[in-house]
Design a protein around this ligand. Sequence first.
Ligand code: ZN
Ligand code: ZN
Length: 480
Amino acid sequence: MLDEDLKKIIEERIKSNPPKIITVSCGLTSSHLGDERNLREFLLASEMVEYIKSLGQNVNFYLFNDSSDALNFAQLRVGVNKEEKLIKAFESECGKPIKLIKDPFECHLNYSDHFAADIMTRFHKLGIYPNLIDVWSLYSGKIFDEAKTKIFTNYNEIKEFLNKKFPGYHMKNVFWPLCKYCQKIDTTEIKKIIDGKVVYFCKDCKKRKTETFKGIKGKFGWKVDTAVKWSIFQPDFEPYSVAYLDPNMGSYYIAKAISEEFFNGAFPEPINIGSINFDRTLSYQLLPSLPEQVFKILFLESRKKDITISEKKIISASKKYMITSEMSYYDYVRMKLPYDVVEYESTRLDFLSNYGKMFSKRFLKQNLNPRLPDEAQLKNLLPEDKTKIIKLIEWIILQKQKHMDHTHEEFLNGINKALKRFRIKREIIFPIIRDLISMEHGIPLSRIFYFMPQSFLFQLLVIIVSGKEKTKKDQSLAQG
Ligand SMILES: [Zn+2]
Ligand SMILES: [Zn+2]
């Protein structure tokens, strides 16, 4: 699913760094689960990782979870499914790092871990298997200590450097201290740095505190944090949307300048991705309806383009994902799944059927309910038509039995010859069959026959051959 451009970029990187393990990384904040629109970069990163593996290379796939980030009210609302009681209970927690807030659902160690688990479950369903790195733990684990000393000893130099290099940009805080008193991280401000100590003030609880470089808790401003991570983890690739790649004040270039000026100069190659938009009515509808392959087609085809996902685009992607050489996901849902309710052919289709049922309900809005003919329909059947239909169904059953590997085209050729041989006029007999099995127009009947399971064809045959007697018997049984 990767474009040729990107494959070339990856191959060139591998060639230029032969002894290195290639690292792909991306980031998120586990403040809530959210809908599907942010999935593009993770799907892309995962596909890149798979491609690098397929070239016989070692690859790291890091997903940085910014669990030091402060919870904001909008995230809280989505996180607790707009439940008033929980919003009330957690409102006062906004502003604290999500790692320090307890789990509203009381099943994990903290707020961040709860949503990180949800996010990973979602990712695994989409075949995305990153190594999740908890950023709060990086800060606690002293891995950033050296960087902290570097930043605090160059605090003003960093600000001056950025002012000069990016005149349109102003970095609010190079470091956000965690307030020792109220645990908020978004209301603090560094007042001065003297004698190896940091003095900060918290606007929320109005308290001031002095701490050592190593003793102070908190996190770097986002762009500094990025540069520090680059210097430590040395990623080769990270997906970025255009907004981050503006050379004058895009976050990527600011982080890169910080890395080059104050750290070891490591930076990843940015992989450009466009934005994903869709209407609110599609939120949370894609994940239950689309298998991972359809997702990839939808999200990764033309990765640089901003796309607005519509029902039309979803259906078009579902036609592009081929489950077998003859059957797309769309075909499967329309023509095979309805029969699979009776007959499950394999665990793979069983697994697909859950997506398919949702897809059919949500996007096709067409209830394809294959039904066997009832008594009234059989009564109206002319004997000569009945004979022809029986012959045709018998032929189809045998044909499918003998040539299980036939393509739809081969099947179609065969059926055309059979129709001729049996002197069956398609325009007369096909509408009768459509009526018998309650199959609406829109899908060619030959295609339906091609996908129709044998068990259904057998039942159809039995009912047509012996329908009358059977229904009479049934009737007398029913009447007791
Ligand atoms: Zn939980
Ligand atoms: Zn405070």
